[in-house]
Design a protein around this ligand. Structure first.
Ligand code: F6R
Length: 247
């Protein structure tokens, strides 16, 4: 495991973008595993800036995203497909036909998940998987207690997540109750993993994940067993690890 420290969010974004760019430059037809959420927004913006300067070429890149809400179409501004278009795909020369996100409109969960596993397999495997981390150590939608051996599966969202999302929808009926997510097994199969974390709200999860016992109660703790894990985090997210004298 290698840990790179950033001063702040912007610094972390730039460092992570450098690592992702190096992957694309060294392997132009790389398969990137991508994440949504607030953490990678600055990194995507940096990649777009470098693309516009002519320093990056996405024309041969393939991407597979971690997760998607079940029931939402890619046009819905709460969907993860929409997020990816807005933050990255619409601004670079990636072939949209080679950008994959689980199909939120497929109502048959078994079918949606089997299809997504097949898509991942057909890409030949993820070269670099980008991850954010939840305050409880979740990765993708793999919440505490998730089985390490699962591939893409359908998860029931927690009551608090459903409630938090309710403000973005006109009626409770429209709020997604489930999501499709890559499982820990898919994530661990990536050749390299790039984990980003910023802010004090991630300090405990980061410490538990990187230095605590490996347990499904802290899903990201499995990353300790990955042979090529790079962490880019700011001082706030690393504060507990520093306090324990581990860095
Ligand atoms: C995103 C995802 C989530 C987030 C995590 C952190 O595709 O799967 O696991 O990475 O919830 O979210 P932020 O970055 O918003 O703190």
């Amino acid at each position: 495991m290698t840990i790179y420290t950033g001063k702040d969010y912007q610094d972390v974004s730039r460092k992570a973008a450098n690592i992702m760019s190096a992957q694309i430059i060294m392997k132009p037809d790389a398969v990137l595993g991508l994440a949504t959420g607030s953490t990678p927004v600055g990194m995507y913006a940096q990649l777009v800036e470098w693309y516009k300067k002519g320093d990056l070429d996405f024309s041969k890149v393939t991407s597979v995203n971690l997760d998607e809400y079940k029931g939402l179409s890619g046009d819905n501004d709460q969907s993860y497909r929409y997020f990816m278009n807005q933050n990255l795909f619409d601004h670079v020369n990636i072939d949209k036909e080679r950008t994959f996100v689980p199909d939120g409109l497929e109502e048959d969960s078994d079918k949606a998940c089997a299809q997504y596993n097949e898509i991942i397999r057909k890409t030949g495997g993820v070269d670099m998987q980008l991850l954010g981390i939840g305050g409880n150590g979740h990765i993708g939608f793999n919440e505490p207690g998730a089985a390490f051996e699962k591939e893409t599966h359908c998860v029931d969202l927690t009551e608090s997540t459903i409630k938090a999302n309710a403000r973005f929808f006109e009626s409770m009926d429209e709020v997604p109750k489930q999501a499709y997510t890559m499982g820990i097994k898919n994530i661990m199969a990536a050749k390299k993993i790039l984990l980003m974390a910023t802010g004090t709200s991630k300090a405990e999860a980061l410490y538990n994940s990187l230095y605590g016992p490996i347990t499904p109660n802290v899903p990201a703790s499995i990353l300790q067993l990955h042979p090529d894990l790079t962490v880019v985090a700011d001082e706030d997210a690393l504060s507990l690890i520093r306090e324990k004298g581990l860095l």
